[in-house]
Design a protein around this ligand. Structure first.
Ligand code: DHB
Ligand code: FE
Length: 291
């Protein structure tokens, strides 16, 4: 059976992608950012996931204001890269897994989550920057990807608690897919940031670090944070953090933190990342290392 073995939370700041694509990763401003992600890249190389479910938000590229799905599940065989104004990022087209995605859609909808099924979609920095920080600059991405786009751009966004519960249903859906696969789930966006208005540039590092602690130790507490509280305390776009709770909900009760990174400044965001292994996978890895 397929299993979710771990979750990765990461910011998806577009300037990180631009720095990589334009050969600026070694410049003094960006060096600490890419050095910080080295541990995550090593983990991905060691573990070699078969499938990544990437919970992210589209930034008015695939969708516009005509249709705004709250939860959109990418069921296409492949996902081309969006042109966000400077041409598409020079990264590989993202390969999907339509059969497994259709199974997830069935399981989630029968479990009372009203997913929108998307059979054609381009993906923007919200999805490609997490791939870049996790896998670097390969010729093809090393695993298949099932995108799950969440509306956090146009009010009203779903609550953190709703996302957390959808994560639990994703765990169940993955475990009922009858193929031995290692699945990693990504929660992306955030951390604290506000990109427009009088508070543009706002960063709240304490909020971000408390959020990382909560993901590891007490995610139920984080599910109590309301949408307006994210925006008041950590900037308008910090609402993206509800997507990290979907990742956390999909891991089960017990997790082991194996990677964490937090850095300011990087463009306009508090850049953070975490990898949490499920207790079962962690024990399995420890056992293998000891043998
Ligand atoms: C920016 C955009 C994002 O979508 C994000 O999550 C962080 C920063 C930006 O334009 O700077
Ligand atoms: Fe964003």
């Amino acid at each position: 059976m397929a299993k979710i073995i771990a979750g990765m939370g990461t910011s998806h700041t577009p300037a990180i992608g631009a720095a990589l694509d334009n050969g600026k990763a070694d410049e003094p401003y960006w060096k600490p950012v890419f050095a910080g992600y080295e541990g995550a890249k090593r983990w991905m190389e060691e573990v070699k996931p078969d499938v990544a479910i990437i919970v992210y938000n589209d930034h008015v590229n695939a969708f516009d204001f005509k249709i705004i799905p709250t939860f959109a599940l990418g069921c296409a065989p492949e996902f081309p890269i969006s042109d966000e104004g400077w041409g598409p990022r020079p990264v590989p087209v993202v390969q999907g897994y339509p059969e497994m995605a259709a199974h997830l859609a069935q399981s989630l909808i029968i479990d009372d989550f009203d997913m929108t099924i998307i059979n054609e979609m381009e993906v923007d920095h919200g999805l490609t920057v997490p791939l870049s920080v996790a896998f670097g600059q390969p010729k093809t991405w090393p695993c298949r990807v099932i995108p799950l786009a969440v509306n956090v751009v146009q009010y009203p966004a779903p609550s953190g608690k709703r996302c957390y519960n959808l994560g639990k249903a994703i765990k169940k859906a993955v475990e009922s897919w009858d193929e031995d696969l290692k699945v990693v789930i990504f929660g992306t966006g955030g951390m604290s940031h506000q990109i427009q208005g009088p508070r543009a540039g706002l960063i709240n590092s304490k909020f971000d670090k408390d959020f990382l602690d909560g993901l590891s130790q007490d995610p139920e507490r984080l599910t109590q944070i309301q949408g307006l509280e994210y925006m008041r305390d950590a900037g308008n776009e910090a609402i993206e953090l509800v997507m990290w709770l979907m990742m956390r909900g999909a891991l089960g009760d017990e997790v082991d933190e194996v990677f964490r990174f937090y850095h300011v400044p990087a463009s306009s965001t508090g850049v953070g990342s975490i990898i949490l292994e499920t207790r079962e996978f962690h024990e399995h890895r420890k056992g293998k290392a000891a043998a």
